[in-house]
Design a protein around this ligand. Sequence first.
Ligand SMILES: C[C@@]1(CC(=O)O)c2cc3[nH]c(cc4nc(cc5[nH]c(cc(n2)[C@H]1CCC(=O)O)[C@@](C)(CC(=O)O)[C@@H]5CCC(=O)O)C(CC(=O)O)=C4CCC(=O)O)c(CCC(=O)O)c3CC(=O)O
Ligand SMILES: NC(=O)C1=CN([C@@H]2O[C@H](COP(=O)(O)OP(=O)(O)OC[C@H]3O[C@@H](n4cnc5c(N)ncnc54)[C@H](O)[C@@H]3O)[C@@H](O)[C@H]2O)C=CC1
Length: 356
Amino acid sequence: MPPAPAGTVASDPLADPGPVPHPSLVSPSSVPNADAASTDPSHSSTAPYEPPQPSGSLLLAWQTKKLSILLIGGGAVAASRLYHLLCAQPARIVVLAPRDGTCDEVSWRLTSDHPEAVAGRAGIAVEWRERALEDKSIDEEIEGFDMVLTALDDAPLSRAVYTACKARRVLVNVADVPPECDFYFGSTLRRGALSVMVSTNGKGPRVAARLRRRLEKALPDNAGRAIDNVGLLRAGLRKRENGGDKETIERRMEWMIRVSDRWSLAQLGEMDDRMRDAVLEGWERGEAKGYWDVNRSKCCGLGWVASLFARAGVGRCPVDRDPDGTALKCPFVMTSTGFLLGLATAGTAAAIWARR
Ligand SMILES: C[C@@]1(CC(=O)O)c2cc3[nH]c(cc4nc(cc5[nH]c(cc(n2)[C@H]1CCC(=O)O)[C@@](C)(CC(=O)O)[C@@H]5CCC(=O)O)C(CC(=O)O)=C4CCC(=O)O)c(CCC(=O)O)c3CC(=O)O
Ligand SMILES: NC(=O)C1=CN([C@@H]2O[C@H](COP(=O)(O)OP(=O)(O)OC[C@H]3O[C@@H](n4cnc5c(N)ncnc54)[C@H](O)[C@@H]3O)[C@@H](O)[C@H]2O)C=CC1
């Protein structure tokens, strides 16, 4: 089969078109108002498009690999900041805090020989300036940094840092003075390359943490691995087809959408090198292989049957077609099944009653 023409959604007749096409592949006017499907009863908009939620902040995945970041303070808040900074893997992290008063976690992350502490610092120039910040030396201390974070128990000193940073156009977060922050931290859960941040924009950080814990419990165990494996698949696709022209980009995205929508998170979490290569073999023909298509010999050959069933959408909700959903949990399937059963029961009762 020749490669799929750009912009088409299903070159494989049995392939699932998937729940939502990529925004770049549909005309903007066909994007529906997500509110219509919202389960939040406070949303009663009839606007055709999602009305802006005035939260006051822009959530972004900030790429920090070229940044030099200064963290001032060494207490519990600084420990949390340091953990998130290490996850972000900037070029350089400098902590400015006297040894006396610095908590164990901060000093462990900065100096321990424990293999995990060492791995956590890998590739980052990490430095601990073991001294206290003084008012008169602020300008000197912040020199050369792209971002400054303060986690001090000294509000006037924090404010002075803020003023100095603003004079130099350096981005700053002052943990104890929200109006003097260019950005806020949020409650973030991390699994591999997957991060989810809950932000209440300064309204209720403790509640944000509670919501984050709830999300953590709801997330499948291997969600992080699933995302990492999708990353490897996309990298593999780029190796096969690295073209940058519009048609190639559209074809790559269209194929990735179809493949992504055929694998549940649990199945993605299992995707190993063999499965990935088998999926990538479908690229040339524009074929989007699902989990069972590349595991047909599994379960004594019953994988073939599962592959046919999966392509026909058996076991999936016919309405949202979510690869992680099952028909048993689909309100549409359950309601219509209940309705048909009710109808059959009422019909049988009526027939029995009419015969008497
Ligand atoms: C504006 C913001 C600026 C910023 O820090 O970037 C800010 C500000 C302040 N927090 C204060 C207090 C508390 N903060 C927490 C917890 C967290 N705070 C975080 C973020 C933020 N905190 C930003 C807004 C984020 C948002 O709203 O979404 C989290 C999410 C992320 C993180 O810090 O990494 C992290 C949870 C992480 C997790 O567990 O997942 C707890 C709960 C606890 O400790 O258990 C308390 C005590 C209870 C309470 O006060 O509500 C005070 C002192 C108030 C006072 O003086 O009374 C201020 C200053 C003020 O509000 O004036
Ligand atoms: N944004 C947030 O998430 C939260 C913010 N806070 C606020 O953040 C601030 C810090 O909180 P904690 O870490 O719990 O306080 P903490 O008292 O545990 O730590 C303060 C740290 O600052 C260091 N320090 C003090 N003066 C210094 C100086 N001149 N130079 C360098 N380091 C200095 C101390 O050695 C200590 O390590 C507090 O003002 C608190 O109200 C508190 C809880 C959550």
